[in-house]
Design a protein around this ligand. Structure first.
Ligand code: IVH
Length: 711
């Protein structure tokens, strides 16, 4: 895109203040356009800030130069809806909606549109137009655009200057929200080569991204969250204090005009030409625009936009068809309060009212218990919705959802239906609270919500039918029991055919069972059987990892095996004993304890051992080493130590379970440095590896940690 003179070079500092002020306004307006309309800023916030401050300070020195259309006047001397309003010192005000605005009269009324909800209604619209223009039926063109889901406003420009703006109101009388509209950066305050009078009409809305940011901020401050971007835009626009509006990122899209006096400017003759003209005046008109000549063209446009709808950065609720030529629009005229030459073809509503009949709990593949609302069947976005996920306990509390509540539900595109909010005003008397069950509804094992976690999970991992496939795939995986060829597809078939219910069943499979599976020959069945047989001989660490205990990864499994040496010791360990293991914290300890306390799991472990799964004991010597104060640490020695020889130091490290290497690498934990260290020291410092002396080394062996250093 060519942007001829939006960013002229800065004039020399000696230029008179007035010239520089005008220059700065033009530059800033250019960047506002670039940022808010084109979404393509060419400078960063800091540069923008400095231009803005320069303008502010010039205007402070020369107040006579201040005009209402200066960007500094958008709101109390602060640019409006920038990324970081705080950066400009905009106070974070959260005001209340204005109760009374003064009114403004629309000299050309703001009409509404007739709606169509299906293809037949569109066909009827097209037919009526062709019948009204019998001589031109072949040359009729429609301008197609999106129907923005925001708030209609009228912007009045006199001699190119934005003088006032109002809501649609009843179509004739709207509310004067001029100062709020001034804060919206995609509303130009000044037009180029503008006619004497131009009213621009369009829609103020909030992009979904900005809506999410706003709601997150509202939540953080404990303020009310908005149900959807449209409500957020409405709430933001009707603020008594324009500084509040300024902190909300609103956007304006133009689609039409109101009262005009074109003077010597050539007025556009079609809707399409009008949109192009508005673009030259730096308005956004939306990307999805096209001209079509047939009913099929209209319907195709509808389909295309409907498919793209969720990729757009803002909400739309349909498309709008307008007879393109203005003279023909005049000819066709209006019926009551809507034009006959235009039509809104609406998308099915994505948000509808429903009722929560009950709340069930489902168990997912990973054992997470998810509360699901059973809803009064309701048509949303063209599909009947009967269930909506409520995610988790906290979400239910936050949204104050009860069984029996009347709620709004939303289904956007392929997104899973959601309860957006409770209509508290319609709450019946006999509502019931939801309580998360303390047993898994699928297998009856204990359900547990660990500290710091949002999800409640079933602890019967080895036994729970809901978790079967996932648990067995994990059990057989390479780093666990390492059963070669026992992948997802095989597991799915075995589980679906009820040949395998728990991991123990794997060891009772016969070659015949396996051979009858899809895409499984005699040979591969034999191979798989051999792999199962081979996996019986394993290590304690692998076995612990294979159990799939929540939070116990491969490394923790190894540490636990080394620490306890025998499965029985691990199974009977209490919380404190578990926490004594390197890297095991409260949450992991809890998870382990509940896993083994679950009788279903204990039974499966018993069955596995009965089926012949075994491992060698972890030797006492090996365990002692791993348990040493320096276990897991790697040292490099350099220089002469005051009291120890290198060999003595090396032995101490090894006895405490640590390792000594010759060269420094990122894996090195500590450099033990004495007098006259070599180049090792410099290298260590570069890699940011801690360097300790002999005294600290002794402390480390004694306590397993240095005082004041967190390891
Ligand atoms: S044209 C003479 N074009 O829909 C009719 N309206 O239901 C002027 N709207 O009040 C409206 N997007 O707020 C038109 N591309 C669009 C629109 C649009 C949204 C709104 C507008 C109007 C309402 C009518």
């Amino acid at each position: 895109m060519t942007q001829p003179s939006l960013f002229p070079d800065h004039p020399p500092p000696s230029a008179p203040a007035e010239e520089r002020v005008l220059e700065l306004r033009r530059i800033i307006a250019g960047h506002d356009y670039q940022y808010h309309v084109l979404d393509d800023p060419t400078i960063d916030d800091a540069e923008y800030d400095s231009l803005f401050r320069e303008l502010q300070s010039l205007e402070e020195k020369h107040p006579e130069l201040i005009t209402p259309n200066s960007p500094t006047q958008r709101v109390g001397g602060t640019p409006s809806t920038l990324t970081h309003p705080q950066m400009f010192g905009v106070p974070t005000v959260t005001g209340t909606p204005r109760s009374a605005f003064s009114t403004l009269t629309h000299r050309v009324p703001m009409l509404s549109l007739n709606n169509a909800f299906n293809d037949n209604e569109v066909a009827a619209f097209d037919r009526r137009i062709r019948e009204a223009l019998p001589d031109f039926a072949d040359t009729i063109e429609y301008d197609c655009g999106v129907k923005f889901d925001g708030l209609a406003v009228n912007l009045r420009y006199e001699n190119g200057i934005f003088v006032s703006g109002a809501t649609r109101g009843d179509g004739v009388t709207g509310e004067d929200i001029t100062s709020n509209l001034r804060t919206i950066a995609s509303i130009p305050l000044k037009l180029n080569n503008a006619p004497p009078l131009l009213e621009v009409r369009g829609e103020v809305l909030m992009r979904r991204k900005d809506f999410e940011i706003l709601n997150a901020q509202q939540k953080e401050r404990g303020e009310k969250v908005f149900a959807n971007p449209r409500n957020a835009a409405a709430g933001s626009l009707r603020q008594l204090d324009a500084r509040v509006t300024a902190t909300r990122r609103l956007t304006f899209f133009a689609y039409g005009i109101g009262e005009t006096d074109w003077g010597s400017v050539n007025p556009p003759q079609t809707q399409n030409a009008l949109s192009d003209y508005l673009v030259t005046q730096l308005f956004s008109v939306g990307q999805e625009r096209t001209l079509v000549r047939t009913l099929q063209g209209l319907l195709d446009f509808y389909q295309t936009v409907q498919q793209k709808r969720h990729q757009l950065p803002y909400d739309i609720d349909g498309v709008v068809y307008k007879l393109n030529r203005f003279d023909w629009q005049q000819k066709i005229g209006f019926v009551s309060r809507a034009p006959r030459f235009a039509l809104a073809h609406k998308f099915p509503a994505e948000e509808m009212k429903s009722a929560i009949l009950d709340i069930d709990v489902q168990v997912g593949r990973t054992g997470v218990l998810t509360p699901v609302a059973r809803l009064q069947p309701t048509l949303v976005g063209g599909v009947t919705v009967t269930n909506a996920t409520l995610h988790n306990e906290d979400e239910i509390r936050a949204k104050d959802i009860h069984i029996g509540d009347i709620v709004m539900i939303r289904r956007a595109g392929d997104v899973i239906p959601e309860v957006t909010r409770v209509i508290v005003e319609e709450r019946p008397d006999n509502i019931k609270s939801f309580v998360m069950p303390d047993r898994c509804p699928v297998c009856g094992s204990e359900a547990l919500r660990l500290d710091g976690e949002i999800a409640t999970r079933c602890t019967g991992g080895l036994f729970c039918p809901a978790q079967r496939k996932q648990a067995i795939v994990h059990f057989a995986s390479r780093r666990a029991m390492n059963i070669d060829g026992f992948g997802e597809k095989i597991v799915a078939q075995l589980v679906d055919k009820a040949l395998v219910k728990t991991p123990a069943d794997i060891y009772h499979l016969r070659q015949n069972d396996i051979a009858q599976l899809e895409r499984m020959g005699e040979k591969s069945a034999a191979n798989l059987c051999a792999a199962v047989e081979k996996s019986k001989s394993t290590s304690l660490a692998r076995f612990i990892f294979a159990l799939g205990i929540r939070h116990v990864g491969e490394t923790s499994a190894r540490d636990l095996a080394q620490h306890f040496g025998a499965l029985e010791a691990l199974m009977s360990a209490d919380h404190e004993t578990l926490c004594a293991v390197y890297d095991v914290g409260d949450v992991m300890a809890e998870s382990i304890r509940h896993f083994f306390a679950e009788p279903h799991n204990a039974q499966v472990i018993h069955d596995l051992r009965n089926a012949g799964v075994h491992w060698p004991d972890v030797s006492a010597e090996n365990r002692a080493q791993r348990q040493g104060a320096l276990s897991g640490l790697t040292f490099v020695l350099t220089g002469t130590l005051p009291t120890m020889t290198r060999d003595e130091a090396t032995k101490k490290i090894q006895d405490a379970g640590g390792k000594v290497t010759a060269g420094v690498s990122r894996k090195t934990s500590y450099i033990l440095a004495g007098d006259a260290p070599g180049s090792t020291l410099a290298k260590a410092q570069k890699l940011d590896i801690p360097v300790i002396d002999e005294a600290q080394f002794i402390e480390l062996i004694a306590h397993g940690a240095l005082q004041g250093r967190s390891s």
